[in-house]
Design a protein. Structure first.
Length: 172
């Protein structure tokens, strides 16, 4: 089993879905659902997963956050929440962020996503809580870039739910 502390140290988000193994999808999606449930219960919830690039999705046998979003939505629906999962974003090819400094990460994130051409844009009422789902937050630039893209489309994020966060290293 992969605890969240173990996840942060050993990169279980990558290995969790490797080679088609998705055994932790339901428990991890339950954690995302708990964060999404922190919004006002009277508001409908719109879950927006941050998409994988096409090569990453192929390597993982599918987009792992898309899978987690579906499980989280089912859990919230079972508890009586009005919830929908929408996929308005498309991930574009980008460099591996491991080799980038913070400025490089920010530049890569700004050009990493585009709105999909949707036949009909998802209806998002003023009372709808928009929850962005991501697996890990390192510097926050991905969440900031996604928010900047969603805002003009009428989907201003209210909250982000992430599975793990890295700790900033202090250089001595």
């Amino acid at each position: 089993m992969c605890s969240l502390a173990h996840h942060e140290r050993n990169g279980c988000s990558r290995t969790r879905s490797a080679r088609g193994r998705h055994g932790l999808a339901r428990p991890l999606s339950a954690l995302l659902a708990e964060v999404a449930a922190a919004v006002d219960r009277s508001r409908p919830v719109l879950l927006v997963p941050v998409p994988d690039t096409a090569p990453a999705a192929r390597a993982r046998y599918g987009d792992h956050l898309d899978r987690l979003a579906g499980h989280a939505a089912a859990r919230l629906r079972g508890a009586g929440w009005p919830v929908r999962v929408v996929r308005p974003l498309r991930a574009l090819p980008r460099p591996d962020s491991v080799a980038l400094d913070s400025a490089g990460r920010a530049a890569a994130a700004d050009s990493a996503f585009r709105l999909r051409r949707l036949g009909v844009a998802p209806r998002v009422g003023a009372d709808t809580a928009v929850v962005v789902l991501d697996d890990i937050v390192t510097t926050g630039v991905t969440l900031a870039a996604v928010s900047r893209i969603l805002r003009p489309a009428g989907m201003t994020p209210d909250v982000a739910a992430v599975l793990a966060a890295t700790q900033k290293r202090r250089h001595r």
